[in-house]
Ligand binder design. Sequence first.
Ligand code: HPA
Length: 235
Amino acid sequence: MTIHIGAAPGDIAPTVLMPGDPRRAKWAAETFLDSPRLVNEVRGMLGYTGTWRGNPVTIHGSGMGMPSLSIYANELIRDYGATTLIRIGSCGAMQERVALRDVIVAMTATTLSTPSRGIFRDLNYAPCADWSLLRAAVAAAEARGVTPHVGGIYSSDVFYDERPDLNEIMTRHGILAVEMEAAELYTVAARHGARALAVLTVSDHLISGGNLTSGERETSFGEMVEIALEAAFPG
Ligand code: HPA
C-alpha cells in the first residue's frame, strides 16, 4: 500500500495502461482483460489487474492533469515496480490535417510547466516517448488499418485556457494536439528508467471546433486500448 494506492505488493503488473478517467479503467479492464480484479479504489481512482493474451496487465486511472498523474506514476513505478506505462486518452487537435477520431502517438510532449519543473529550473528538458513502445504502437495501429499521426503534442495545465496565443504558437510549431498529462508521464518514467508512451484520440478540434459524441468516444477509446496492449506485447 502507498498513500494513494491500496493495492498489495505484487498486485500491480509491470505493464500499466493509464486512462484519465477511472471508470474508463474499469470498462477497459472488464472489456479487454481476462480475470480482471479491482486492486485499487482509494479516492475512487480505480485500478484493475488481469491478463491479456496471458500477459499480466494493470489498467489504472491517472486523474486529470499532470499533478494527479504524477502521484500515480511515481507510486506505480517506485513502489510497485511498473516498468511500462502507456497513457490512453483524448486530446484536442491543433492542426487542420488532424481530424476528429484520428489517433495520435506522441513522440514528444511540450509544456509550459510540469510538476517536475522545479528540478530542471532554467533547463528546457524535452519529454520524449520510449522508442520501442512508439514503434510498436505505430505498427499495431497500421496493422489495424489506422494511420496514426506521430509527432509532438502539448501537455497543458489548463483546459479552460486564458492564453489562446500559446495554442497558436504550438500550431505554428507543428504541435499536433493538446492534452494534460503526457509530459509528466514521460519525465517521471525517464527519471526512474521506465518506458512510457501516450496514445491519444482526437475528441475535439481547436481549429474547426468539432466534438466527438459520447458513443464515438467509447469506440475510439476501445481502439486505443487495443493499440496500447498490442504495443506493450508485440508479436
Ligand atoms: N485541451 C486540453 N486537454 C484536452 C483537450 C483540450 O482541448 N481535449 C482533450 N483533452
